[in-house]
Design a protein around this ligand. Structure first.
Ligand SMILES: CC(=O)[C@@H](O)[C@H](O)COP(=O)(O)O
Length: 252
């Protein structure tokens, strides 16, 4: 549940870099996603065809501040996005480092404070840092979106232990792994750890067959969640025979 909205799918899909608007629509439908994220810049650049896709998909829109590097820029972009898309939801990205596209935690918290005070429902793209997470919640965010790996890298979960710690620390807060997921198995891994949802874009948009990949991600995310709910066996350092040893034939 995000800001009081109940959803069936735990996959959120990005809408950039697809070969065509038609392929994007096919991918959205195949994924089962109910939330798609869209950047104000892309909406402006792509015009009518893209707008049609947004309305045809019947997904809930999560506008984002992709490409913003300062709190001021992100706040202005969010305000414009609210006007253009008619929603108070905003995926808040404030990029702090050119090579890794790592979020700037200080500017992120600053922008989140301003936007929450203005009634936005903020989905902050952050790192696994617990203190930054605390500050974002204090600012009024009700969701956290830790990165899996740098955007567009497809590296999967670079710091699974950090995400595990975050899950334990922020029990009850929806956690969405955002960025860096390259394969369905990586998304399933995050879901098995009890994270609530996945936001991804490049792995689907750049697949040879985006719709088929979107479907694979949808299924993997569902399987990962089912495994988490079923309760995974504890991991062991040593072997533990799965076949009972009593009743073995004794050979003289
Ligand atoms: C579309 C969007 O919001 C991206 O900034 C997001 O973080 C996805 O990252 P990947 O492209 O690595 O999946």
């Amino acid at each position: 549940m995000f800001y009081g909205v109940d959803l069936t799918s735990r996959l959120m899909l990005g809408t950039a870099q697809y070969p065509s608007p038609a392929v994007l629509l096919e991918a959205i439908e195949a994924s089962g996603a109910e939330i798609i994220t869209v950047s104000l810049r892309r909406e402006g650049a792509a015009g009518a065809a893209f707008r049609n896709i947004l309305s045809e998909s019947r997904c809930r829109l999560l506008p984002n501040t992709a490409g913003c590097h300062t709190a001021r820029e992100a706040v202005t972009t969010a305000r414009m996005a609210r006007e253009v898309f008619g929603t108070s939801w905003i995926k808040l990205e404030v990029i702090g480092h050119a090579d890794t596209l790592q979020p700037d935690p200080f500017a992120l918290v600053e922008a989140a404070r301003v936007l929450c005070a203005e009634g936005f429902e903020v989905f902050p793209y952050t790192t696994e840092d617990l203190i930054v997470g605390e500050k974002l919640l204090e600012a009024g965010c009700k969701v956290l979106m830790p990165w899996g790996a740098p955007i567009g890298s497809g590296q999967g979960l670079r710091n699974p232990e950090g995400l595990r710690t975050m899950r334990a620390h922020f029990a009850g807060i929806p956690l969405v792994v955002d960025a860096g997921i390259g394969a369905p198995s990586q998304a399933a891994q995050a879901m098995e750890m009890g994270l609530d949802a996945i936001l991804l874009n490049t792995a689907v948009a750049k697949a040879v067959d985006p719709a088929a990949m979107a479907r694979a991600f949808g299924r993997a995310i569902q399987a990962g969640r089912e495994a988490f709910e079923a309760g995974l066996m504890p991991r062991r350092d040593m072997a533990c025979a799965s076949t009972p040893v009593f009743g073995l034939a004794e050979l003289a």
